[in-house]
Design a protein around this ligand. Structure first.
Ligand code: ATP
Length: 366
C-alpha cells in the first residue's frame, strides 16, 4: 500500500485544512494510507507521534476551519542537512515516500531540496547504520507535490493561492467597518494590509472597496506622489465624498525603494488637507477566520489533484506545484515556479518595476 503524507508549513492560511482533508480522503479513496505531519518541518524532523496515520473520520469538519489544525512552524533544523537526514529517517521508518506540502515559496523550496537530496540522504543513513538497506528498498525516490497556501498570492505559476480570497474578504469587511466611522465623522483612514513583497491583497482590496488611493510594492508612485495624492483626495471631497480610504501594502515603497509608512501618509493628509486621519493596521485579523467558499473549493480540488500527481509521477517527473490558471487546476514544475517568484522579487529590488510585472505573468501564461 502506498503511503502518502501531507503537511502545512510557513504562515497559516485559510483553506489549509481543506487541503489536508482532501489529500487524506483522496489518498484513502485511492487505496493508499494517509499520514499527517504535525507542526510543519519541525514535526518531520522530530518524527514519532508527529507523523500520524490519519483516517477518513479524523478530518471531519476540517473544511470550514481557519488556520491549520495540524499545526505549522518555522523550522531552522530543516534548513540544515542533519535536520533533513532525521526527516528522511522518520519517513522511511513509516514507509512514506510521498510528501504533499501546503505552504509558501520557502516551504516548497525546502521540499524540493529534500527530494533532490533524498537518494544521498538514504545512502548516508544506511552507511551510518541508522537504516537498513531493506528498509530503504523500493523507496529510492521521494515524490514531492506542492500546494501553495498563502494569503499573499505572491507565487508565480498560479492565479490564486489557497487563502488569498478569504483574506481579501476579511480586508473588505474590515474596510467597510472602518468606512462607517469615516462616513459618520468625515474622517480619513490609512489602512495597512498584509502581502509581504506582493501588492495583490492591497490592489484587490482597494478595487473592491473603492479606495481613494493605493500604494503597492510593484508600482511605486510617481516622485511627486504627495501632491498627486492630495489633489485626488481634494477632488473626491469636492465631489461630496465624506470618507477617504488610503490602502498601503505592507511592502509598499517609493521609486527609491524607501518604505512608504502609513504614519507618513496620515501626517500628510492631516497637515496638508486638514483631515482628521487615523491609521489602522489590520494585522493578523487578515490571516484568520473561516475560509471563504473559493478557498474551500480550491483547496479541495488541488488537494485531490496532488494525490493524483503522486500516483502518476515517474522518477523523471519534476516535482509539480498544483496551480489554478484561468479556472483550471493544472500542474507546473515546482522549481520553475519558485525560481520565477524569486526572480520577480530580485527584479523589483533592482528597481526594474515594469520588467517585474511582465515577468510575473510571462512563463506560465500560455
Ligand atoms: P510564508 O509565505 O507564509 O512565509 P513560507 O513557506 O515561504 O511561507 P518560510 O518561513 O520561508 O515560509 O519557510 C517555512 C519553512 O520551510 C522554514 O522554516 C524551513 O524549515 C523550510 N525552508 C524554507 N526555505 C528552505 C530552504 N531553502 N531549504 C530548506 N528548508 C527551507
Amino acid at each position: 500500500k502506498r503511503k502518502i503524507a501531507v503537511m502545512t508549513s510557513g504562515g497559516d492560511a485559510p483553506g489549509m485544512n481543506g487541503a489536508v482533508r482532501a489529500v487524506v480522503r483522496m489518498a484513502i479513496a485511492k487505496g493508499c494510507d494517509a499520514f499527517c505531519i504535525h507542526e510543519g518541518y519541525d514535526g518531520l524532523v522530530k518524527g514519532g507521534d508527529m507523523i500520524k496515520k490519519t483516517e477518513w473520520d479524523d478530518v471531519r469538519g476540517y473544511l470550514a476551519e481557519g488556520g491549520t489544525l495540524i499545526g505549522t512552524a518555522r523550522c531552522a533544523a530543516f534548513r540544515e542537512r542533519w535536520g533533513r537526514l532525521k526527516a528522511a529517517k522518520n519517513l522511511i521508518e513509516k514507509g512514506i515516500d510521498a510528501l504533499i506540502v501546503c505552504g509558501g515559496d520557502g516551504s516548497l523550496t525546502g521540499a524540493d531540496l529534500f527530494r533532490k537530496e533524498w537518494p544521498s540522504l538514504l545512502a548516508e543513513l544506511v552507511e551510518k547504520k541508522e537504516l537498513t538497506a531493506e528498509q530503504t528498498e523500493g523507496h529510492g525516490n521521494l515524490n514531492i507535490v506542492g500546494l501553495v497556501g498563502s494569503i499573499d498570492n505572491d507565487m508565480c505559476s498560479t492565479d490564486a493561492t489557497i487563502g488569498c480570497y478569504s483574506s481579501l474578504h476579511r480586508i473588505c469587511d474590515s474596510v467597510d467597518c472602518i468606512a462607517d466611522t469615516a462616513q459618520s465623522h468625515q474622517r480619513a483612514f490609512v489602512v495597512e494590509v498584509m502581502g509581504r513583497h506582493c501588492g495583490w491583497l492591497a490592489l484587490m482590496s482597494a478595487i473592491s472597496t473603492g479606495a481613494d488611493f493605493l500604494f503597492i510594492p510593484e508600482v511605486p508612485p510617481a516622485r511627486d506622489w504627495k501632491k498627486g495624492m492630495c489633489n485626488i483626495i481634494t477632488e473626491h471631497r469636492k465631489m461630496g465624498k465624506r470618507t477617504t480610504i488610503v490602502i498601503v501594502a505592507e511592502g509598499a515603497q517609493d521609486l527609491d525603494l524607501k518604505k512608504i509608512s502609513p504614519e507618513d501618509v496620515r501626517k500628510l493628509l492631516a497637515e496638508e488637507l486638514g483631515l482628521d486621519t487615523r491609521v489602522t493596521t489590520l494585522g493578523h485579523v487578515q490571516r484568520g477566520g473561516q475560509p471563504c467558499a473559493y478557498d474551500r473549493m480550491l483547496s479541495t480540488l488541488q488537494g485531490a489533484d496532488a494525490v493524483n500527481a503522486v500516483l502518476e509521477a515517474t522518477p523523471e517527473t519534476p516535482s509539480p506545484v498544483i496551480s489554478i490558471i484561468e479556472n483550471k487546476i493544472v500542474r507546473n514544475p515546482l522549481v520553475q515556479a519558485v525560481q520565477l517568484t524569486q526572480q520577480v522579487a530580485d527584479t523589483i529590488a533592482r528597481k526594474e518595476f515594469d520588467k517585474a510585472l511582465h515577468l510575473r505573468d510571462s512563463e506560465f501564461a500560455e
